[in-house]
Design a protein around this ligand. Structure first.
Ligand code: ZN
Length: 167
């Protein structure tokens, strides 16, 4: 299992660097944190994109305070490479509302079994670790965005969509 080259092994401690869309400040965003990341300069919500594997999926995805869009992908999968930028666009559009977590199924056999991945990419939406939506195959950003919006509103019900959950 310790075949990861070039520092890819310490996913839980990894950070992602992102420029704030509002003020341009470059921020470092950790893979796992409480709440959701905001710009250190202007406090605008930042897109949250992280990687996780068998060892840190709980910390990075299931314990996240935001709904999580999980991208179960594989390096040999052409459609995965197409859907990846579309998912990142959705994560940017929905900064502060969703977290994108990428899982390489070849490096995460337990997760692949647990989510019964038959084809890649398989996309899941987790709400507090609970799967609320699932789809297989690539789709353009606007279709993914609509799927995410519909899945989240269905998951939260229509009673009071503005109140959110108590923290
Ligand atoms: Zn900013």
């Amino acid at each position: 299992m310790s075949t990861s080259p070039a520092g890819h092994a310490h996913l839980g401690g990894s950070t992602w660097t992102v420029a704030c869309a509002n003020c341009g400040r470059t921020n470092r965003v950790p893979a796992a944190a409480k709440g959701s990341p905001r710009c250190g300069n202007c406090r605008a919500p930042l897109p949250w994109i992280a990687e996780a594997g068998d060892a840190d999926f709980g910390k990075v995805a299931e314990q996240a305070d935001l709904p999580v869009l999980v991208d179960l992908w594989a390096s040999w999968c052409g459609p995965c490479r197409m859907v990846s930028p579309a998912l990142e666009q959705v994560a940017k559009d929905l900064a502060g509302q969703i977290k994108l977590v990428k899982v390489d199924i070849d490096e995460s056999p337990h997760l692949a079994r647990r989510f019964e991945v038959q084809a890649v990419p398989t996309l899941l939406i987790l709400d507090r670790g609970r799967p609320v939506a699932r789809q297989t195959g690539a789709a353009p950003a606007h279709a993914l965005r609509r799927w995410v919006d519909e899945s989240l509103s269905a998951s939260h019900g229509s009673a009071d969509p503005t109140s959110g959950r108590p923290r």
